[in-house]
Design a protein around this ligand. Structure first.
Ligand SMILES: *[C@@H]1O[C@H](CO)[C@@H](O)[C@H](O)[C@H]1NC(C)=O
Ligand SMILES: *[C@@H]1O[C@H](CO)[C@@H](O)[C@H](O)[C@H]1NC(C)=O
Ligand SMILES: *[C@@H]1O[C@H](CO)[C@@H](O)[C@H](O)[C@H]1NC(C)=O
Ligand SMILES: *[C@@H]1O[C@H](CO)[C@@H](O)[C@H](O)[C@H]1NC(C)=O
Ligand SMILES: *[C@@H]1O[C@H](CO)[C@@H](O)[C@H](O)[C@H]1NC(C)=O
Ligand SMILES: *[C@@H]1O[C@H](CO)[C@@H](O)[C@H](O)[C@H]1NC(C)=O
Ligand SMILES: *[C@@H]1O[C@H](CO)[C@@H](O)[C@H](O)[C@H]1NC(C)=O
Length: 628
């Protein structure tokens, strides 16, 4: 996460900051020659680390998380780290995946302390849905729901960022639906229907309306169509269809589920999944994106041939092999590890964020995907090896053939044992690079193995907990993938959007925002800038940061050319509002801001008025490259 794409950010170098390497691993690589067996030592590590990880998550949730003072109730903070990098924000994606883990833990343990966190999350998200932000407003078109990132107290974040990101609403819906089903099983269907469904309904409306438009991927770098976003969007809509039926309500947008599933097929290139399409990138497409997707849509009761691309699907397995193999040579800490043993796994081999290193959450996700697949084979009682998945199996079980292995055979048992050993070997890698106190950062150094980047990353901890649950044989109930409608034979882009219905979730605590009257205001600003310089509007309205430069509104350089140095802004602003503002240049290399000399005035047209576009040119001193 958290690397601003040059095309968006106008190029603040985040790479300048190098995290300090912490002390190395605990020296136990799971392959020691004395003491207890490797697998029982791994068991011990997992049991101890799971406790640390769950507490690590709780420490990062407001209002009482010990590492995040200032965070609002129910807000999941990405990391307590405020510099190098600054992750002291709440991301919709990280928060939803983290709370999905908490719901899973709560359903298993019945721990009331966890339930209180879930309830606070629900309230926080009902309010958050209505917060206007640079992605747009909640009313009338739900655009604000695509905002990826908020302040830890739930206020809007105005800085330049890769937005919108369309996975947030899908993931939040999945988390809230999972909890709703628990409530229904425990005699609280009314609450699920009256309090929680209205939040879910807004999110599913968003997914059904916008799934066929581009947005930024889960690593916040690529503007296109992301495999992870499309795969999880399908689950959200298909699950929503069934939950709506069970609750006796209507799901607006869920009718799009078969079209989304149809689109999911486009990500397969014949050899592996391509993480981002409908975009220009020189990357291979092999990306941890395609590990996190299958484990998020995992359904113990799914068929391996389900078009939802479950962990045990042949394409998922072929992709797994191609992706993991790409990291074998990419990182020197993976040198000399044999093909049947797990390695340190990162986002993609072309990654340059912090220098491009393995991530804890992706190394444990690799293990989780395999534990999931094993559970699915056990449930369906056979393994079907075909020409697509053959090479995945061959590394682990050399005598494998393309055929069906039934559960009552020695081979079935032996194949699953080999894959379990393989899964465990990824956990052993995570163990090897986890410091003695169990703290999980975002990354670990590809050369030295030392922890790197954000400390106490909430998602790293949450990913450890879900992996350890799957390893222990504990799986969430089916989400109904086998009842999802099949994709049409040919995808139909003509019918790829359903107008959403957006209503504040009042019963859950949302404010009664009304459409009020907003008018779209566009600004085209001519301003020659150097590579690394950004432009913001700062002014008297909340949208422009109320004169707080740290919360000013970013302009977009997407249309900047050699012929025209164009920076643009498009925002829905309150009708009739008079705004005093100016443009400001953010310099590179930590130099101070450069402001226009005078103040400008903008009067938003009255209610019922037409959208306006203002043509401007920079007036004032220019910036200078710091040459850093
Ligand atoms: C929209 O859907 C069509 C049909 O599946 C697909 O070909 C196209 O690439 C999609 N575009 C985006 C941006 O999702
Ligand atoms: C992302 O891509 C879409 C479609 O190509 C484009 O309209 C939009 O402006 C892009 N967004 C950014 C921030 O570059
Ligand atoms: C599990 O899947 C089978 C078909 O594969 C279906 O008949 C059955 O109803 C499913 N069970 C549940 C609990 O969804
Ligand atoms: C990773 O470790 C190597 C070898 O110790 C070191 O040279 C490099 O600076 C480290 N990278 C980062 C980003 O800390
Ligand atoms: C919400 O606001 C609208 C418009 O002002 C009003 O008609 C409606 O009664 C309000 N709803 C509640 C529950 O206060
Ligand atoms: C612009 O407005 C700000 C905030 O009201 C004020 O502090 C500043 O003096 C104004 N600048 C000029 C040049 O009028
Ligand atoms: C901005 O630049 C374009 C192209 O150079 C020019 O046509 C236009 O008049 C400029 N706008 C302003 C407000 O200066």
């Amino acid at each position: 996460m958290k690397f601003i794409s040059p095309s968006v950010a106008g190029l603040v170098s985040l790479l300048a900051s190098h995290a300090i390497a912490a002390p190395g691993g605990n020296g136990d690589n799971g392959h020691g020659s004395h003491g207890s067996s490797p697998s029982s030592r791994l068991d011990k590590f997992v049991a101890a680390e799971k406790k640390i990880a769950l507490q690590g998550v709780l420490n990062n949730i407001g209002p009482d998380g010990s590492r995040v003072p200032g965070a609002g109730a129910g807000f999941v903070v990405a990391s307590p780290s405020k510099v190098d990098p600054d992750y002291f924000f709440s991301w919709s994606r990280d928060a939803a995946l983290t709370m999905l883990m908490i719901v899973d833990e709560f359903a298993f343990s019945g721990d009331k302390k966890l339930q209180a966190k879930i309830e606070q999350y629900i309230t926080s998200q009902a309010v958050l849905q209505t917060v206007s932000n640079p992605s747009g407003t909640f009313l009338p078109q739900g655009l604000g729901l695509g905002e990826p990132k908020y302040m830890v107290d739930g206020k809007r974040f105005n800085g330049a960022w890769g937005r919108p990101q369309r996975d947030g609403p899908a993931l939040r819906a999945i988390t809230l639906m999972t909890y709703s089903k628990w409530l229904m099983k425990h005699g609280q269907a009314k609450k699920a229907k009256n309090v929680i469904w209205p939040i879910i309904s807004n999110d599913l409306s968003y997914v059904g309306q916008y799934w066929n438009q581009t947005g930024f991927d889960l690593w916040e770098e690529v503007n296109g169509s992301s495999f992870f976003t499309v795969q999880t969007s399908h689950r959200a809509l298909a699950e929503g269809q069934q939950l709506a039926r069970d609750l006796g309500v209507k799901c607006t947008g869920c009718d799009q589920a078969p079209q989304v599933l149809c689109f999911l097929e486009d990500f397969w290139n014949g050899n592996h999944l391509v993480a981002n399409i409908n975009t220009n990138t020189a990357r291979s497409g092999l990306d941890g994106n395609t590990l996190v997707g299958p484990i998020t849509v995992f359904d113990i009761n799914a068929s391996c041939s389900s078009p939802t691309l479950q962990p045990c699907h042949s394409k998922t397995l072929a992709n797994f092999k191609a992706l993991i193999d790409s990291f074998r040579s990419a990182y020197s800490i993976n040198k000399n590890i044999p093909a049947n043993s797990g390695v340190a796994v990162g986002r993609y081999t072309e990654d340059v964020y912090y220098g491009g290193h393995p991530w804890y959450l992706l190394t444990t996700a690799s293990a989780e995907l395999l534990y999931d697949a094993i559970a699915q084979w056990k449930t369906q009682r056979f393994i079907s090896v075909d020409s697509t998945s053959l090479s995945f199996f061959k590394d682990l079980y050399p005598s494998i053939k393309t055929k069906i292995y039934k559960s009552n055979t020695k081979e079935f048992t032996a194949i699953l044992a080999a894959i379990t050993t393989y899964a465990d070997s990824f956990v052993a890698i995570a163990q090897k690079y986890t410091p003695a106190d169990g703290a999980l950062s975002e990354q670990f150094n590809r050369t030295s193995g030392a922890p790197l980047s954000a400390t106490h990353l909430t998602w790293s901890y949450a990913a450890f907990v879900t992996m350890s649950r799957r390893r222990a044989g504990s799986f969430p109930p089916t989400w109904g993938s086998s009842r999802a409608a099949s994709p049409p034979k040919t995808c139909s882009p003509a019918t790829s959007s359903t107008q959403g219905v957006y209503i504040p979730a009042l019963a859950a605590g949302a404010p009664n925002v009304t459409v009020g009257c907003q008018i779209q205001v566009g600004i085209n600003l001519n301003a020659s800038t150097y590579y690394g310089e950004n432009i913001y509007a700062v002014g008297s309205s909340d949208d422009f940061g109320a004169w707080d430069i740290d919360n000013s509104y970013p302009l977009n350089p997407g249309g900047y050319t050699a012929e025209r140095p164009l920076w643009t802004l498009s925002a829905y602003l309150p009708a009739g509002q008079e705004i005093s503002y100016k443009f400001a240049r953010q310099q590179d290399c930590g130099q101070p801001w450069v402001y226009e000399s005078g103040n400008r005035t903008l009067t938003v047209p009255p209610c019922g008025g037409q959208a306006v576009t203002i043509e401007d040119a920079w007036v004032g001193p220019v910036g200078t490259s710091g040459g850093c």
